[in-house]
Design a protein around this ligand. Structure first.
Ligand code: BGC
Length: 355
């Protein structure tokens, strides 16, 4: 009696396992061989330079594999020609869908078109590709990212001289961040309360460029009270330059990405705030949508259609969260960083340790 129940239970479990992969993760069976092939997703990344992209890659892989797919990853190291070749390679590997983080907002259109021509669906991940018929754009609310940064800064420095270091001119996000800063700053600029004494762009998001801009301004004897650095890597370089002039913590600096070193600088007092973008949520959402697209399911997305210069693209948009020393708990609770890692250099009295 007991044995037969156990047998029925085993058969039931076997049935569950053998059918569950069919929901998303497996292509239809070849009737002759009954061999299931996992879906293949190609991920063409522009860069792994910043800490966040390694999380994107790992979470995408984790979720796609959970859903029974396979992820092939390429990294173009900020080289558009290389990205094109890598997309060519991914197509040759018979991927079912391409997730691309474009290096160049315009040039990447040819990579996307190449995939589309091969019958492969394309997701523009975190950065928008202009003028290409892509299937989905998934990102954070990048205007909001810029607005948060400027809001925290004007609250702390409502009058004075500002410097803005934008990211790469080839990255569509940078124009959105910039629009966000300007949305907030414009009334202050019009009133003459705030003056932008210098604004520049960092090619390929190179921190060296940000460092050089700040060094040059300081060497020229320019006085400024606040710096908007488009991400935490640039903020790090800005603060390094400031610290060489003993001005770290005196000039207010904001960044975004909630990099570990960014969070450490916030609790130490050399960076005012950052913006946390829940990368796991982005990657998991993108992976779920990718698998649904491959399975030709109807897509329900939460964002408005985005015009990319030629086409209206479906969008999925995730909210960013501003972080300063008072709500650091958010990134800890979310498992983004460990408390000990953030507060590593800070004594229980809030002062930087001198060791
Ligand atoms: C992303 C940022 C990242 C930057 C540099 C931007 O497109 O939104 O999170 O820091 O690229 O890679």
């Amino acid at each position: 009696m007991k044995i037969s129940r156990l047998l029925i239970f085993c058969v039931f479990i076997f049935y569950l396992f053998s059918t569950s992969g069919c929901i998303f993760g497996q292509k239809t069976a070849d009737p002759k061989t009954q061999n299931y092939q996992p879906f293949k997703i190609g991920l063409a990344m522009a860069t792994l330079q910043e800490e966040r992209w390694r999380r994107d890659r790992d979470y995408l892989k984790e979720r796609i594999e959970q859903l029974g797919g396979e992820l092939l990853v390429q990294n173009a190291n900020n080289d558009q020609q290389k990205q094109l070749q890598q997309v060519e390679y991914l197509i040759s590997q018979k991927i079912d869908l391409l997730i691309i983080v474009p290096h160049d907002l315009n040039e990447a259109a040819s990579a996307a078109q190449m995939a589309k021509k091969a019958g492969i669906k394309v997701i523009s991940y975190d950065r928008l590709i202009r003028n290409a018929a892509i299937d989905l754009y998934i990102s954070f609310d990048n205007y909001k990212v810029g607005e948060f940064m400027a809001e925290y800064l004007v609250d702390k420095v409502p009058t004075g001289n500002y410097v803005i270091i934008n990211g790469a001119p080839t990255d569509n996000n940078c124009y959105m961040f910039n629009q966000g800063y300007k949305n907030v700053l414009t009334p202050y600029l019009n009133d003459g309360k705030i003056k932008i004494i210098f604004e520049a762009w960092a090619e390929d998001w190179k921190p060296e460029a940000a460092y050089q801009y700040i060094q040059t301004l300081l060497l020229q004897g320019k006085k400024f009270d606040a710096v908007i650095a488009a991400n935490d890597s640039l903020a790090s370089a800005v603060i390094e330059a400031l610290s060489e002039w003993r001005m770290a913590g005196k000039v207010m600096v904001v960044g975004h990405d909630a990099d570990l070193s960014g969070c450490q600088r916030i609790v130490e007092g050399t960076q005012l705030m950052t913006v946390y973008k829940p990368i796991r949520k982005l990657a998991y959402q993108a992976a779920d949508i990718a698998m649904a697209l491959v399975a030709n399911k109807d897509l329900k997305t939460n964002g408005p259609p985005i015009f990319n210069g030629k086409h209206f693209i479906k969008s999925e948009i995730i909210n960013p969260i501003p972080i300063n020393k008072d709500n650091m708990e958010i990134v800890i609770k979310d498992g983004f960083h460990r408390r000990d890692d953030i507060y590593m250099n800070v004594s229980p009295f809030g002062k930087k340790n001198n060791f």
